[in-house]
Write a protein that binds this ligand. Structure first.
Ligand SMILES: [Zn+2]
Length: 413
């Protein structure tokens, strides 16, 4: 998973506090307060994925956080999620029953609303709409758990509108995309589960058979072993879930791909086929990370906080041995940021100086607790030799080297 010999077995809430990433509000259980470093991690995860999605032909949306319950009744979400809805509105208007709105429990109806605003031809398909949508679900008080289960959830949601002949190719591409994404975070051992029609569902027998065999065909084509969960699908279609195993052999559910032959019909989504006939597209609902909050929890617990370098809020820390080395520390910092900034795709390194009046031993220990990938010590010897002493995360060695050589060895991915 990473270079560290021993993974810190701490819970993500404890790591979040220790690494200064986030905290929670006792008065509003299930909500998260992201601190500056946590916000940076959150935004890096989102921007990294958005960049790759754009390259893959996705178009990003932002749908309103409030939705009318009428639409949710049509889509079937109202009956299936009623106890999880956060109702909202002006108190007076709600009393008079003039409005019936809630915070959106999922982004699908919003995405379909945008799809329906324009006419679509079969030539436009597959059409891929993504949304990093914040969704709101009233999880029971006993179910709320740190970042693992929150009531305000940022899903990396997407809806792929396609016709039946395109399903398999889209699924195969998605399965690959998911594997590449997880590898970027160091997850390797990926397990797949296929969940079939639940008791409470919409759609016909024929639609369900087509959807289930579509998913099976894609998994077979990729030669992926999977276990089958009978009756565990979404109410609108069967799904494949992706589980990753962390370094401590624990399994976590992450992404999901759901095939849906029913909701386009319910919400009146159409396209014009080759013969000029109106048809309903098939909708593939999918989330790769699942929720950003939960993904961060899993990542923290499985790495013990030693995040991949590209995601570490501070990638290198400069430790001046004493106050008289501050100037040299600043010079090294400037050199590191300007030199790395010139390398395409590397970006400027995120570097800090520890100017506290503490011993260098203490500074090293604190930087280790913060899981900073590169610890750079500068004192009399370094200043005289115009070099730096570097300790790489996961290694006990201290290595004196020229800044140019360090830059050559530096890995920020
Ligand atoms: Zn959806």
């Amino acid at each position: 998973m990473n270079n560290d010999q021993d993974i810190d077995p701490k819970d993500h809430k404890e790591l979040g506090r220790e690494l200064e990433l986030f905290s929670f509000n006792r008065n509003v259980p299930g909500t998260v307060y992201w601190w500056p470093k946590g916000t940076l991690i959150f935004d890096l995860i989102v921007s990294d994925l958005k960049k790759r999605l754009t390259e893959d032909g996705y178009q990003d949306l932002k749908t309103a956080p409030i939705i009318d319950t009428e639409t949710l009744k049509k889509s079937g979400h109202f009956d299936n999620y009623r106890e999880k809805l956060f109702f909202t509105g002006n108190e007076k208007e709600m009393k008079e029953e003039k409005v019936s709105w809630c915070l959106k429990p999922m982004s699908c109806p919003g995405s379909i609303k945008i799809f329906n605003e324009q006419m679509h031809s079969y030539k436009d398909l597959p059409l891929k709409f993504s949304e990093f949508g914040t969704v709101y679900r009233f999880e029971q008080p006993g179910e709320v758990n740190g970042l693992l289960r929150t009531r305000v959830i940022t899903q990396d949601d997407a809806h792929i509108y396609c016709h039946e002949d395109q399903i398999e190719a889209e699924l195969v591409e998605l399965i690959d995309f998911i594997h590449v994404t997880y590898t970027r975070y160091g997850f390797k051992d990926i397990r797949v589960e296929l969940s079939t029609r639940p008791e409470k569902s919409i759609g016909t027998d024929e639609q369900w058979q087509k959807a289930e065999s579509g998913l099976k065909k894609a998994l077979d084509e990729k030669k992926i072993d999977y276990t089958e969960n009978k009756g565990d699908g979404a109410f609108y279609g069967p799904k494949i879930d992706f589980h990753v195993k962390d370094s401590q052999e624990r399994s976590w559910q992450m992404g999901t791909i759901q095939l849906d032959f029913a909701m386009a019909e319910r919400l009146g989504a159409n396209y014009i086929d080759e013969k000029g006939q109106k048809k309903h597209p098939v909708i593939i609902h999918r989330a790769i990370l699942g929720s950003v909050e939960r993904f961060v929890a899993v990542l923290l617990e499985s790495t013990g906080g030693a995040l991949p370098t590209w995601l570490s809020p501070v990638q290198a820390i400069i430790l001046p041995v004493s106050e008289k080395h501050f100037d040299y520390a600043k010079k090294v910092t400037t050199m590191l940021s300007s030199q790395t900034g010139r390398v395409p795709d590397l970006g400027s390194i995120r570097v800090e100086i520890d100017e506290r009046n503490e011993s260098v031993g203490r500074k090293i220990r604190d930087a280790e607790i913060q899981k900073i990938p590169y610890i750079v010590v500068v004192g009399d010897k370094e200043e005289k030799d115009q070099n730096i002493t570097v300790r790489t995360r996961g290694s006990k060695d201290l290595k004196a080297q020229k800044i140019e050589d360090f830059l050559k060895e530096l890995k920020l991915d």
